[in-house]
Design a protein around this ligand. Sequence first.
Ligand SMILES: Cc1ncc(C[n+]2csc(CCOP(=O)(O)OP(=O)(O)O)c2C)c(N)n1
Ligand SMILES: [Mg+2]
Length: 196
Amino acid sequence: MSKANLLDRRQVVSTLLANRNDVVAIGGLGASTNDMCAAGDHARNFYLWGGMGGAAMIGLGLALAQPKLPVLVITGDGEMLMGMGSLATIGLQKPSNLSIAVLDNEAYGETGGQTSHTSAAADFVGVARACGINDSRSVTTMADVEAFAKAVHDVSAGPRFANVKIGSAGLERILPTRDGTYILNRIRGDLGFQPI
Ligand SMILES: Cc1ncc(C[n+]2csc(CCOP(=O)(O)OP(=O)(O)O)c2C)c(N)n1
Ligand SMILES: [Mg+2]
């Protein structure tokens, strides 16, 4: 696909979260967290900041604990590569309320744009499907993004996975708070739990 046609990450994330209602959103480290914050900070956003490789597993835990809530993981290709084994566990557990969107710029953007494995043979959609996540999509248009955003709300038909090919532009950092305890207790409070 020509680089000119690649999707804009901010537009992708703001579309994924536009009509979020009760969606709980987990942001992978760095750029995807910035994208989520740019779309609007929210009590149900859980940002990983620098913790690499855990986004999908945190999503799995939340999805299992809150089976009626739509849980959406938004992460990068580098972060997902580090946590690729989690796709096997998600394919095994099959939480029907979990959706994962990988923002695939084929690079470790945040650390200088080193090319990642997805610029070569690594194919997340194939991996996710082979792990048992039957609804695994390659997303290349905004219409595909809108369809996925809609599907996220169907908590009975997941898990689902989308690999979204995005451009590699480095964008302004829109930073949420770095206070992890605050982020955790804010989401706990919004879900009706006491702070820890
Ligand atoms: C365990 C660990 N190793 C390395 C890093 C450094 N690091 C921070 S962001 C990043 C790249 C992330 O790439 P990707 O998930 O594709 O996000 P992008 O910036 O490309 O959107 C790396 C390697 C880290 N935070 N943690
Ligand atoms: Mg990347």
